[in-house]
Design a protein around this ligand. Sequence first.
Ligand code: KG4
Ligand code: ZN
Length: 333
Amino acid sequence: MAIILGIESSCDDTSAAICVDGKIRSNIIASQLVHQNYGGVIPELASRVHQQNIIPAVHQAISDAKIHKNEIDAVAFTRGPGLLGSLLVGTSFAKAFALARGLPLIEVNHMQAHILAHFIGEDKPSFPFLCLTVSGGHTQIVLVRDYFDMEIVGQTTDDAAGEAFDKTAKLLGLPYPGGPLIDKYAKQGNKHAYKFPEPQIQGLDFSFSGLKTSIMYFVRDRIKEDQDFLKNNLFDVCASVQERIISILLNKLKKASAQYNIHSIAIAGGVSANSGLRTALNESAADLNWKVYIPKFEYCTDNAAMIAIAGHYKFIKQDFVGQDIAPLARMQF
Ligand code: KG4
Ligand code: ZN
């Protein structure tokens, strides 16, 4: 039996979790509300708030898991990708904790961890499967052959899907992060009200910057005609934009499924919390005979449970790193 402490601090959530023999026993997430005042994450502020939050988050995770800190067998932490200052706080904490207690250290790639969040519950995917990983910084289709044998077969050439949601929200005058709000308003709107263009990108890659520009001109032109356009049509605009983002994602996923002849399909990352995407994926499952894996809401956005579960599988392989480890803002698979 192994007890892993997981630490996540790649962006603006400070999180600590305890995994006991492959089962998550606690998952504490301290979100940083300060960024809402600025319309986006301010890296310098994020690292300062991580410093304030990390020790209380770890204490709470240990206490909620009903274990004693002496029982912890290894410390897993997010090495990257992410904001360097934020990653430094989690990495330094993990190194200090491991050094003080003579424990092995486990580095975890944040994007791999989003995918490995599917191994937290009972309904674990079998290999190989395809995972659409959609977050604030990434949009990838990943061919997952084994826990740590993953290949990116498609990715965005510009903005990430989460950025498309957040930048659209900004254009519509909504606060950061806009993804969850667009999701909420879309439920009350008509998704066929407006038609935004689908980018013509070769292969399995994505592009969202053209969509952003078309929304910008659309809003500008409509407001010229009617000052209250957004006030009166906000729900329809949200529903239509969300519909287009979802169709861009699903069309590429369908293409990847056909190309690799893989019908086990997962989604992961913050945007996988989107209710329209979850519904559309379930509909595709019925049409295309897919077995789909949709994470629980609490494991979609950033959390340390996914870091702890990734740590669990690396602990089995005794895949440890030394105290000379440093964070990598642009860490690859
Ligand atoms: O994975 P995540 O928590 O952090 C990163 O690693 O980036 O993803 C955050 C992103 C943000 O862009 C946020 O707007 C988006 O996920 N997001 C959503 C929803 N919940 C979070 N986007 C659309 N619908 C949602 N319900
Ligand atoms: Zn993330």
